[in-house]
Write a protein that binds this ligand. Structure first.
Ligand code: TXE
Length: 543
C-alpha cells in the first residue's frame, strides 16, 4: 500500500472512530472527548491484562497493599482537583464530591491496604471426624485473573475505586469501563493507580458506551463486577451466562425509610431530606419512599418541608443540590412526578425542573398523599423526590416496605433500638439502618449489596473482597500408609463399614466412633491383601 493510501486509511479510521463528549451537566460545557473502545480494542486489553496479571499475582499482598496506600496519598495531594473534576463531570456539588466520593474511597484504600493481608490469609478449616483420620484442610484465596468492572455515573469515583482497589489488592488485573457520562473521572482513576505503581497492563481503563461494556462482558475475563440499572444488569447477566462468566451485580434500589411513632422527629425529618436529596437523589440507597406513622405525619411533613425550603440548587461550592447527570434521568423524574400528580398526589415542595441555561436542575420535591399505584412508589426515580405515605401499624409499614422488586437498603427510625433490630429481621433488603440513612456504602468494612432485583453478590468489606478471589480448598492426608476405607473394592466388609459410617460417623458424636473401630480395623486388614491380589493376575474378588 502506498504511503498516501496508508495515511488515507488512518484518517478514515480516525473519522469513523466514535467518540463520547463529556459535558458538565450544570452548564452543558464540553469537558473533553474520549474514544468509544471497540470490541477488538477490548479484546486487546484483555490479552494485555492476561500477560501482566501473573507477575502482579505473584507479589505479596503486603506489596500490593503498599500501592493502595500510595494511591491514597496521591489522591489526597490532589484532593481539590479531583473533587473539581468529579463535580464538573457528574453535576454534583463540590462538597459532595469530597464527602461522598473521595472520603469513602480514601478510607477504603486505607482499610484494605492495612487489612487485606489478614483478610486473605490462608485459613485452617475444621473438618470434624476426618481430622482423626489424619487429614487437615486449609482454605487459600487465589486471585481470579482479570476482572472487568463496569461502572455507573452517580458515584463515578467512589464506586469504581472501591472495586478496583479490592480487585487489585487480591492480585487480579482489572479492566475498568467507566460510564459514558463520566469517562474523564474513569481515566483519572487509571492515572492515579498507574502513578501509584500498578504495573503496565494490570489496570486498564477502556472508555465507551454500552457496546464497550457488552464487549467486556463476553471478552473472556474471569469475572464481571457491574453497577448500574436493573435492565442493563439483566442484559449483562444473560450475556455472561452464555460464557459462564460469574458476575456481581450492584443494581438499583427503592429504599424505604420507616418512621415509627417514637422517632426523634427533628432528626428523622433532617435525615429524610438529606437521604432523599443528596447527590440530587441519584444514589441507589437514596430514600426513595418514606413511611411515617399517622400520629406524627403532620408534624414530620411540616419539618421536612421546612428543611427542604432551606436548600439551594445550582452551581457553586456552597450549593446543596447540583445538577442531574443527564437529560434522560431528568425526564424519568418528571415522568414519575407527573404520574403521581395524575393519581392524586399533592406537591408540598418543588415539583418541577428549574430553568437555568443548559443546566439539568430539578427542584427538591416533597410529595404527600401517595400510594403504591404510582411509579414514584414502585420504580427507581433516581432524583430529588421524597414521597411520603402514612401507616397505622408496624406490620403495615413492613409490608409496604417489602412491597417492591428491589431490596437494597431500608431504614427504621425509632428511639427503641431493640425494636428497630427486631423489625430489621422482617425487611427483605441487604442493609438495614436504624436511625441512619444512605451512607453505609462509605463504611469500607461493611458489605454492600442487595437481594432480589437489587443484585447479586457483595462489594466492600470482607465479603466484597472474597468476590475477587477463588477460595481454594487444600486438603492433605498425613496417614499415607493406609488406603482410604471407602476405596475399591466394595466387598461385604466394605458395605458393613459404610452402614456403620452412616450411623456413627455422620452423627458427629465422638463416643459413637468407638462403634466404628472394629469394622474399620477389619476393613483395613482386608485392604492390605487387596494390594497383593492386584499385583497378581486377578483382581476378581468374592462379592
Ligand atoms: O445505567 P446503565 P444508566 C439506575 C437508575 C437510572 C438507570 C439508568 O435508575 O435511572 O439505572 O441509568 C454500561 N453491557 N442506576 O442508563 O445503562 C454503561 O455504559 C455491559 C442505578 O446510566 O445501567 C455504564 O457504564 N455494560 C445505579 C453502566 O453499564 C453496559 C447507578 C451503567 O449503565 C451495557 C446508575 C451492556 N449491554 C444507574 N449497557 C446504582 N446501582 O447506583 C450499558 N452498559
Amino acid at each position: 500500500m502506498s504511503e498516501a493510501r496508508v495515511a488515507e486509511a488512518a484518517s478514515e479510521r480516525a473519522s469513523s472512530r466514535r467518540e463520547i463528549i463529556s459535558r458538565d451537566p450544570k452548564t452543558g460545557e464540553e469537558l473533553g472527548r474520549v474514544p468509544v473502545a471497540t470490541e477488538s480494542e477490548v479484546q486487546h486489553a484483555v490479552e494485555r491484562a492476561r500477560g501482566a496479571w501473573q507477575a502482579w499475582a505473584a507479589r505479596s499482598v503486603a506489596d500490593r497493599a503498599r500501592v493502595l496506600l500510595r494511591a491514597r496519598r496521591l489522591a489526597l495531594d490532589r484532593l481539590d482537583d479531583l473533587a473539581r473534576l468529579i463535580a464538573r463531570e457528574s453535576g454534583k456539588p463540590f462538597s459532595e464530591a469530597i464527602a461522598m466520593d473521595l472520603v469513602p474511597s480514601l478510607d477504603l484504600l486505607n482499610y484494605f491496604a492495612r487489612h487485606a493481608e489478614r483478610l486473605l490469609r490462608d485459613e485452617p478449616l475444621p473438618i470434624g471426624h476426618y481430622t482423626l483420620l489424619g487429614r487437615a484442610s486449609r482454605i487459600a484465596y487465589r486471585p481470579l485473573g482479570t476482572i472487568g468492572i463496569i461502572s455507573p455515573w452517580n458515584f463515578p469515583w467512589s464506586i469504581p475505586v472501591g472495586q478496583v482497589a479490592t480487585a487489585l489488592v487480591a492480585g487480579n488485573a482489572v479492566i475498568l469501563k467507566p460510564s459514558e457520562l463520566t469517562p474523564l473521572t474513569g481515566l483519572a482513576i487509571g492515572h492515579l493507580f498507574t502513578q501509584a505503581g500498578v504495573p503496565d497492563g494490570v489496570l486498564q481503563v477502556v472508555t465507551g458506551d454500552g457496546t464497550t461494556g457488552a464487549a467486556l462482558v463476553t471478552s473472556g475475563v474471569a469475572k464481571i463486577v457491574f453497577t448500574g440499572s436493573v435492565e442493563t444488569g439483566r442484559r449483562v447477566a444473560e450475556a455472561a451466562a452464555r460464557c459462564l462468566t460469574p458476575v456481581v451485580l450492584e443494581l438499583g434500589g427503592k429504599d424505604a425509610m420507616i418512621v415509627l411513632a417514637d422517632a426523634d422527629l427533628d432528626k428523622a425529618a433532617a435525615a429524610a431530606v438529606w437521604g432523599a436529596f443528596a447527590n440530587a437523589g441519584q444514589a441507589c440507597a437514596s430514600v426513595e419512599r418514606c413511611y411515617v406513622h399517622e400520629s406524627i405525619a403532620e408534624e414530620f411533613l411540616r419539618r421536612v418541608v421546612e428543611e427542604t425550603a432551606k436548600l439551594s440548587v445550582g452551581e457553586g461550592d456552597g450549593v446543596d443540590i447540583g445538577a442531574m447527570a443527564s437529560e434522560k434521568q431528568l425526564t424519568v423524574v418528571e415522568e414519575h412526578v407527573r404520574d403521581a400528580l395524575a393519581r392524586g398526589a399533592h406537591v408540598l415542595a418543588g415539583g418541577q425542573r428549574i430553568a437555568r441555561g443548559a443546566g439539568l436542575f430539578y427542584a427538591p420535591t416533597v410529595l404527600a398523599n401517595v400510594d403504591h399505584s404510582m411509579l414514584v412508589m414502585r420504580e427507581e426515580t433516581f432524583g430529588p423526590v421524597l414521597p411520603v405515605m402514612t401507616f397505622r401499624t408496624e406490620a403495615e409499614a413492613i409490608e409496604l416496605a417489602n412491597d417492591s422488586m428491589y431490596g437494597l437498603t431500608a431504614s427504621i427510625w425509632t428511639s427503641d433500638v431493640r425494636r428497630g433490630r427486631a423489625l430489621a429481621s422482617e425487611l427483605r433488603v441487604g442493609t438495614v439502618m436504624i436511625n441512619e440513612v444512605l451512607y453505609t456504602h462509605a463504611i469500607a468494612q461493611a458489605p454492600w449489596g442487595g437481594v432480589r432485583c437489587s443484585g447479586w453478590g457483595r462489594t466492600h468489606g470482607r465479603l466484597g473482597l472474597l468476590e475477587m478471589v477463588a477460595p481454594q480448598h487444600v486438603h492433605a492426608n498425613r496417614l499415607t500408609l493406609l488406603r482410604d476405607p471407602w476405596w475399591y473394592s466394595y466387598t461385604p466388609r466394605a458395605r458393613e463399614l459404610f452402614r456403620r459410617l452412616a450411623h456413627h460417623f455422620t452423627d458427629g458424636s465422638l463416643i459413637g466412633l468407638v462403634w466404628l473401630v472394629p469394622s474399620l480395623a477389619k476393613r483395613w486388614r482386608e485392604m492390605r491383601p487387596l494390594r497383593k491380589v492386584r499385583k497378581g493376575t486377578s483382581n476378581r474378588r468374592e462379592r
